[in-house]
Design a protein around this ligand. Structure first.
Ligand code: KG4
Ligand code: ZN
Length: 337
């Protein structure tokens, strides 16, 4: 089965072709980062308009690369939510238009389910069940994943998401938008031991997170050292990253213990963070569990994860939905859907 995947929930237009026998045949992406950078964040109206401009040329590029035509497509998957309503409508409209024109099923995919299942596109891929750490710009969640659509929320952030904490901290350190990768790069040059920042909720006894205080601690530290010289800025980045990575990795370990599972899957944009990967790899070797990541290019938003999740749902759950978008959509509700 050849599935076309369309993603337009935020500031990236992603298109991919996934074949259930041959795997990922093509994926193309356009990031709007440069367009939004001058505003310091995503401007929803600009995002929607840009998705409209990009989505069909990207689809054509995928078909060309895969050596396929529209007639070869068996099903179309699109991100139904959560995300920006206007942005979501682009992929929804294209998917449903193509579905009618080609007479093929159309399936709405939960964006986070896309991220959650994306490590299954890696080689080697984990088998169910596993614990998933979902760390994106909008979410930080630990889930027990026992199968497609079988997700149990173990814990989540009470305030800022991990990616949001990276981005807000980067912004207050003058590193631009989106700041996660920039902060992480600067942290590599810094000394993580010069400053010690709090590890919020490390010993809370549950699997929830809170990162808003960490950002405030950085603000206080920054004010104390103003004007910031470059080495100090790098040291603060390193201290921030070390605190966040320690909390994330220790809570992953606690989630594995609580569920009795021995496989961890990391998904979402922050999963691209090198320090986080190193910390988890070290922990995995020491505590004898296995850790899986999506290929680096598929950590942040992309069409491949949507095509893949759509294919899984069509194969395992045979669920094709009506034309809708859901700007707000709780992942845990999928089990009941
Ligand atoms: O999953 P994603 O592409 O979009 C959402 O669904 O939110 O994640 C984007 C987030 C941003 O907050 C970005 O700063 C963060 O992932 N991010 C990183 C890195 N690469 C992306 N954070 C830390 N280190 C990175 N290398
Ligand atoms: Zn995402």
């Amino acid at each position: 089965m050849l599935v076309l995947g369309l993603e337009s929930s935020c500031d990236e237009t992603g298109v991919a072709l996934y074949d259930t026998d041959a795997g990922l045949l093509a994926h193309h992406l356009h990031t709007q980062m440069a367009m939004h950078a001058e505003y310091g964040g995503v401007v929803p109206e600009l995002a929607s308009r840009d998705h409209i401009r990009r989505i069909l040329p990207l689809t054509e590029a995928c078909l060309r690369e895969a050596g396929k035509t529209r007639a070869d497509i068996d099903a179309i998957a699109f991100t139904e939510g959560p995300g920006l309503a206007g942005a979501l409508l682009t992929a929804a409209a294209v998917a449903n238009g193509m579905g009618v024109a080609l007479g093929k099923p159309v399936i709405g995919v939960h964006h986070l389910e896309g991220h959650l299942l994306s490590p299954l596109l890696a080689d080697p891929a984990p088998a169910f069940p596993f614990v998933a750490l979902l760390v994106s710009g909008g979410h930080t969640q630990l889930m027990a994943v026992r199968g497609v659509g079988d997700y149990e929320l173990l814990g989540e952030t009470l305030d800022d998401a991990a990616g949001e904490a990276f981005d807000k901290t980067a912004k207050l350190l003058g590193l631009g938008y989106p700041g996660g990768p920039a902060l992480s790069k600067l942290a590599d040059q810094g000394d993580a031991n010069r400053f010690t920042l709090p590890r919020p909720m490390l010993h809370s006894g549950d699997l929830d997170f809170s990162f808003a205080g960490l950002k405030t601690a950085v603000l206080t530290l920054t004010r104390k050292h103003e004007p910031l010289d470059e080495p100090t800025r790098a040291d603060i980045c390193a201290a921030f990253q070390a605190a966040l990575v320690e909390v994330l990795s220790k809570k992953c370990l606690a989630a594995l213990k609580q569920t009795g599972l021995n496989q961890l899957v990391v998904a979402g944009g922050v999963g691209a963070n090198r320090q986080l990967r190193e910390a988890l790899d070290t922990l995995a070797a020491r505590r004898r569990f296995k850790v899986y990541y999506p290929p680096l290019a598929l950590c942040t938003d992309n069409g491949a994860m949507i095509a893949f999740a759509g294919a899984q749902r069509l194969q395992h759950l045979r669920q094709a939905g009506p034309f809708a978008v859901r700007p707000r959509w709780d992942l845990a509700s999928l089990a009941k859907a």
